[in-house]
Design a protein around this ligand. Sequence first.
Ligand code: NAD
Length: 495
Amino acid sequence: MERIDHWIDGRRVSCTSGRSAPVFNPATGEQAAEVGLASAAEVDAAVAAASAAAREWRRVSLARRSAVLFAFRELLARHSGELAGIVTSEHGKVLSDAAGEVARGLENVEFATGVPQLLKGGFSEQVSTGVDVYSIRQPLGVVAGITPFNFPVMVPLWMCANAVACGNAFVLKPSEKDPSASLRLAELWQEAGLPDGVFGVVQGDREAVDALIGHPGVAALSFVGSTPIARSIYERAAAAGKRVQALGGAKNHMVVLPDADLDLAADAAVSAGYGSAGERCMAVSVVVAVGDVGDRLVEAIAARIPKVKVGAGSDPDVEMGPLVTAEHRDRVAGYVEAGAASGARVVVDGRRAEVPAGGFFLGPTLLDGVHPASSVYTDEIFGPVLSVVRTATYAEALELVNSNPYANGVAIFTRDGGAARELQFDVEVGMVGVNVPIPVPVAYYSFGGWKASLFGDSHMYGPEGVHFYTRGKVVTSRWPDPSTSVVDLGFPRTH
Ligand code: NAD
């Protein structure tokens, strides 16, 4: 059985805790590997190596750091197929989707290559006679990232590209469900010329996370995962005096107005609802059908579902792969039952879909007439289940979205520019799409939800990422009157 262990100080290090967890191939349901689960002592070793490396790395010139990022970018691009294959084998998503994940992660490295520009400070000349003031941004030291199973390449890159570019050392604690990609990223960083220790990986579960939260050598924590864990990590890490950003779960709505391009909206609902088997934090989970669009829209979505081919993600003809574990598949299937019991109409039942035997498969499900009080609406399902809620008016739809505690993404489908403009200002959600179902910002903006989808005030990557991984310093400096200078400047000074 293959072992997946840590990466500390530039090399693979075996786990010594005696604890491990199985890693599955979700398409076959078979165990493919075993991942070590770090003890506090192993986390301590990773942080110690990172601390030593951080002291040197922060002194490396911006030009040199940028050169390492350019090299890393090239290596990621060259190995994107291989990385996508690793993601598919442990996560289950289809290869094209996994390649898309690598491409979206790579954007963050491209952004971070501009670190000489990104770290420019401000300068005010002559604020008082002979006095200048300027600001600089400096790295924090060792920063840690705790990432979810659903984007094992992209989410670590959301964090580490900027963290490393800004002069920090980064310790990654990836999901124990698909840990292999983290080690390949570490090898590529090393090949790109990053000094040993600047990027480390500790595999693990809660024990490793608790050790990072309590470690005095860790200055900041970035977390992406479910809301209950995000809230707990935010509270505990803040209490331990750390800078923390914790992105949580989601329940994303797609509001469809009666004037929407129906084909565009139905295509978007299918790709954003069932892509990656709904295991995306920006997946559309609720379609809000406004006015008389409901029947037409439900029919158009239902007509498309049989064309979604479900199977192993490694098969290029397949559009939707399995869920990540058997337990998660069973939990998601339970929501189909709960939806029916709460009075929703099961238009398409994913439990009846023809799927390959053995793997953790579930077909796409469509529920109509979902009541906002039912668990199908209130809970984050994180699977291929689309719920249609009908509202009489746009105002009712907006009220529904704004009453939901989750607030990651929202989309509106309409031909009415005025309605779209109204929604973008009035909706209490962090990321808005206008005729775009999954509005993940490009790397030169920042990613983050509101309310229960983000704890902390910094969004991730982009300009807010640079801000999060640096702290500001302001210098006020006075130089003596030049008339007293020992150097003859050869002309009268005016300042
Ligand atoms: P999760 O919360 O179960 O796990 C996330 C990370 O936390 C993993 O590394 C895991 O090992 C660790 N962890 C799990 N339980 C813990 C505990 N009790 N204490 C400390 N650490 C713990 O999430 P997941 O199932 O891996 O990922 C899916 C979730 O992530 C969904 O809720 C999804 O919406 C969310 N997500 C959010 C975003 C976003 O940007 N907001 C992006 C991707 C995923």
